[in-house]
Design a binder for this molecule. Structure first.
Ligand SMILES: C[S@@+](CC[C@H](N)C(=O)[O-])C[C@H]1O[C@@H](n2cnc3c(N)ncnc32)[C@H](O)[C@@H]1O
Length: 228
């Protein structure tokens, strides 16, 4: 597929097959959330809730190859990667990180859910910026969730507003439930998403078209993420 044909689409497939078609520095912002290799597909902390909730498993067994991170850094002007602490052996050292504070602690069946998440950037600054958005396990401020590691709409919205402009092109190589692409569309940015899992891909296309996880059209779309 040609690069121009990827724009404003979520594409079913392995991101590596498509990244090589994308010219150097042609993406204004790469904002992505790769598998952390911590078995989140089996439920956070490997607590098996994933199986109970009937997620497709085995996509979080290992982190992506370094060549995928090299590709993200090649195509992106700005690159922001969730879970940066899991990929420090595959990314260049940099001084500007983001922290997502999930506002709260939870211990469920002896599993401690993370109270914060570290987000890598390649942005040439030396400081750390914090975002406060509630999400502990499945407790959150209103998102309609179907993916085990679905990021809050409001968090992605704040990051996109801080690091891009209207009409910029945003790439999410591991799009999952499509949060980055949906927010990009709502904020008048262009987007490209890749998702390897057909079930997540199909649901993310519904979400992009305004159909919620109960199969109903979302009538009201609130900026704070309700009904997304
Ligand atoms: C951590 S999740 C992303 C969740 C997303 N941020 C959201 O809000 O829903 C990572 C996703 O990457 C997908 N994935 C794993 N390897 C991939 C690959 N090589 N190419 C494309 N997608 C991949 C998995 O199926 C999974 O849905």
């Amino acid at each position: 597929m040609k690069f121009e044909d990827m724009i404003n689409k979520i594409i079913l497939g392995d991101c590596m097959d498509y990244l090589k078609e994308i010219p150097d520095k042609s993406i204004d912002l790469v904002l992505t959330d790769p598998p952390y290799g911590i078995n989140a597909d089996k439920g956070i902390g490997g607590n098996n809730l994933g199986k109970v909730r009937k997620y497709d498993d085995n996509w979080d067994m290992k982190t992506p190859d370094k060549k995928i991170f090299d590709e993200l850094l090649r195509v992106g002007k700005k690159v922001i990667i969730f879970g940066g602490n899991y990929f420090t052996d595959k990314l260049p050292v940099n001084g500007h990180w983001l922290v997502w504070d999930k506002i709260g602690e939870i211990n469920q069946n002896g599993v401690n859910f993370s109270s914060c998440e570290l987000i890598y950037t390649n942005i040439p600054k030396n400081n750390v910026k914090k975002y406060f958005i509630r999400q502990i396990g499945f407790i959150n401020d209103g998102d309609d969730r179907f993916h085990p590691t679905q990021k809050p709409y409001r968090l992605i919205s704040e990051i996109i507003k801080d690091y891009s402009e209207e009409n910029d092109l945003i790439l999410d190589a591991f799009s999952g439930s499509g949060t980055v692409c949906c927010v990009a569309k709502d904020l008048k940015r262009k987007f490209i998403g890749f998702e390897i899992n057909e079930k997540f891909y199909k649901k993310s296309i519904d979400r992009l078209n305004g159909i919620n996880s109960n199969g109903q059209y979302t009538i009201f779309a609130y900026e704070n993420g309700d009904n997304k």
